[in-house]
Design a protein around this ligand. Structure first.
Ligand code: NI
Length: 175
């Protein structure tokens, strides 16, 4: 299946609201998910949202196991999450470094609620929900933001903590 080009920040499509999925047929979902997983794996992403490859649907995927872009984070289960909702359990913000395939080469320190419950539908249209904290909660919030036209720099409150990965690494700031 093809690796798709990832839209980059500045493309107005990334600022749009997305539409709920109502078609759970194999014909509709399987090609979309295959392209999303292939694109995410090719770029070593921790997650990907459908609008990043130009699709207007409420579909996100994520998962982190032995990812060279995120060597020091706890594993996140590989997940397809459709028509998601997030409920904040603990809104005390935690700051953590984020990257995005739509903002290549950069990282920023983003405040996010530390603990959430997320719910949505799986690939069969079956509902599920999970409680998440730490990096898992951060990844889910980042991906679901994409479905609402929000990129992580729009969540930052201190742009002095935004920069290129190489420079941040050289300064040993990515901790
Ligand atoms: Ni992203």
């Amino acid at each position: 299946m093809p690796i798709r080009p990832v839209l980059r920040m500045g493309d107005p499509f990334l600022l749009q609201q997305t539409e709920a999925v109502s078609d759970f047929s194999e014909n509709f979902l399987a090609p979309i998910l295959a392209d999303m997983f292939d694109t995410m794996a090719h770029l070593n992403g921790a997650g990907l949202a459908a609008p990043q490859i130009g699709l207007p649907w409420q579909i996100v995927i994520f998962g982190v196991t032995d990812n060279p872009r995120y060597p020091d984070v706890e594993p996140v289960p590989t997940t397809v999450l459709i028509n998601p909702r997030i409920e904040i359990i603990d809104d005390a913000p935690i700051y953590g470094w984020e990257g995005c395939l739509s903002v290549p080469g950069m990282r920023g320190k983003v405040p996010r609620p530390s603990k959430i419950r997320y719910s949505g539908l799986d690939t069969k249209g079956e509902p599920f929900d999970r409680v998440a904290e730490g990096f898992h909660a951060r990844v889910v919030q980042h991906e679901v933001d994409h479905l609402n036209g929000v990129l992580y720099p729009m969540r930052m409150d201190d742009l002095s903590e935004f920069g290129f990965i190489e420079e941040l690494q050289a300064a040993q700031r990515l901790n």
